[in-house]
Write a protein that binds this ligand. Sequence first.
Ligand SMILES: [Zn+2]
Length: 287
Amino acid sequence: MKIKRALLVVIILIVFGFSYWHMNTNFDVLSRYPYENENSRELIRRYLNDDEIRYIIEYDIAPAYFIDYITYKDFNIYHVSEYDKLKAVAWYLSDEEVVSFAEKLIAIDRFDEGLELVLNYDPQEILFWFENGDLYNPDAKIIYDPSDYDLVIGEDFTISTYAPKNLVESEFNGSEITLRRGALEAFAQMMEAMAQDTDITSFQITRSYVSYSKQEELYKDKEDQCDFDMPGHSEHQLGSAFDFYVANATLEDTAIYKWLRLHSEEYGFYFSYEDRNDHLRYRGDEQ
Ligand SMILES: [Zn+2]
């Protein structure tokens, strides 16, 4: 009787042990995931480990939130909500760029700051700023919205390497002019009005939009050396300012200059640098 009982116990133990082993080797952690279908299942299996799969189950994260990103280098399932926030404001980025940019920001612990800047700056510009700061005035602060026509730029505020998104190239009296669309339209209206009152054939543009890298050259060559000529600090980099001259005349004596002094503000243009009579900046309609 004792032997029979002992045998029974042994058999039960063996059956139980085998079942336990079988369950462990064949247990699919994904079977508890309610959203699985053939496509997502394969991707999840390939790119996530068991811990990560338990995480998406525990927090009920559906494939829609991460499946578009999962194949890209540096993808991290624990950062899916950051990808989502980034995509919501920077919809123009591809899924691959979202993953790459978010991971770079998270790695340097500046995700929130990057998220705020990406409304106006592109990822490359933001990473340059985080990496280098302002090379010309280390104390300068970045301007969060460089597309604001009326912003204050100067020694203490920078737009870093920002390039406006809506620059338009045009021509006037044989010289090239590149401004943001709104500024260029206002410029054309102003020229039309000026042509009614003056002979504008001698009016020439010498400088309009200047990129950060071009401004670096000018600054190094000592062509421009004022504080507002530092790369990132020039109104020309905003794409809303231009310099002009009047051929064969002293600027201040010309009818063109006098007309601009009287009327340019009606078109949104201001002599924004006190000591420069040849520099006009568009600041928008609402002044
Ligand atoms: Zn100028």
